[in-house]
Design a protein around this ligand. Sequence first.
Ligand SMILES: NC(=O)c1ccc[n+]([C@@H]2O[C@H](COP(=O)([O-])OP(=O)(O)OC[C@H]3O[C@@H](n4cnc5c(N)ncnc54)[C@H](O)[C@@H]3O)[C@@H](O)[C@H]2O)c1
Length: 415
Amino acid sequence: MSKNLKVGVFGVFRGMALVNNLKLNNCELVAMCDYNEEHLQRALARCDKDVAVYRNFDSFIEHDMDICVLANFFHEHASYAIRCFEKGIHVYSECISNGTMAEGVELVRAFEKTENVVYMLAENYPQMVFNLEMQNTVKTGTLGKIIYAEGEYNHPFNPYDIGISKTFEPYHWRNFCPSSYYITHSLGPVMKATGAIPKQVSCLNMFSPIPESDPVVKNNGDKVSIITTQNDDGSIFRVVGCSRFGGHHNAYRICGTKGQIENLRGMGNKVMLRYNEWEIPEGKEEINCYEAQWNDKDEELIKTAGHGGSDFITARIFVEAIKANKQPEFPFDVYSATVMSSVAILAHRSMLDGGKPYEIPDFRKEEDRAKWENDRLTPFWSTDGKAPTLPCCSVTDYKPTDEQIKKYKMLAGIE
Ligand SMILES: NC(=O)c1ccc[n+]([C@@H]2O[C@H](COP(=O)([O-])OP(=O)(O)OC[C@H]3O[C@@H](n4cnc5c(N)ncnc54)[C@H](O)[C@@H]3O)[C@@H](O)[C@H]2O)c1
């Protein structure tokens, strides 16, 4: 049997779930780093053997490891990925890959200086069973030329369920995240299914703030960003970031010139495949409605994993890439990752600019890097205390009321 890959995890909240799936793929956890004592102790309690513990990244990155899992704050992955590159450590980065355009440029420049380092965006939603079914159907060619796709990651939350917003940290990224930024769960699956790469984006938001009677501390009162991209093959995507409209669902739809496939909202893993009545392929009906199946050698392990089993397959793609000494498949490589981040960031700029279209750069090209290399505008607070330089909401002076903050603190048991 080949040697186990040694894993270090930076940010142990989501990070421990990622590690568990790497462990199922012949990796071992050797080190963890987090400065939140409560999160650290909870993670340690889940370990079945001795693991080195660090509270700052500088000491942690000196530990002997093959892989670093980056599950720290959403908008602060890029600079740590670069530190890993410098040490020759493979990177499994939570989404998104970069929080600013300049960081996207820095990430690809640093990546290109590495040798034999694998970078993977740990975007898991394309590996959900219905999305795999859509990918396989597109590959048959029976849908014709793919011209349009939709991706919705729709995640309303109960404001009284404090668990989802974790502890009260007024400057935490979840309290400042624009609606377009959490994009990889909607855009990743449609890029994977179609192979298309966004080239232009425009966006409009719907403002509908949480009622003032509810205990919510978010500075973004938008319910949804409707994001439209025109792609390199002429096709169009209509995706959302993290939205909060209607019932909870992850919904995707891929349309070709001859037919379409979609998963059915609120119906588990059911998919609907339809063809034009004059273009029905042999063995199919005009309307085919069925449960997507895994048909995977690791089905039992997949069923133990989070996010509908997708966390396991995502980890497997990464480990297989390392073992084959190649970059992960599209769209999990560093260039696709920065395209997704550019769509997130520039959709927000478009929305603030009345829906004006923005071109999506290709960071393989030096002229596109030069255009964005100094653009550090951000809607987030940084861990070292730098204030946002952009509003995070379409109503640019929106913020939670004192009453909401007071109610939130009471519910969370915070003084
Ligand atoms: N793919 C998925 O399905 C999925 C699900 C949940 C979260 N995520 C992603 O995982 C990442 C983390 O999310 P989360 O919900 O765990 O958020 P979180 O903000 O609660 O956790 C981040 C953790 O990193 C630690 N941390 C941050 N900066 C640090 C530093 N400089 N030094 C030491 N520790 C530091 C924090 O203390 C915290 O424990 C985000 O990018 C999020 O988008 C992805």
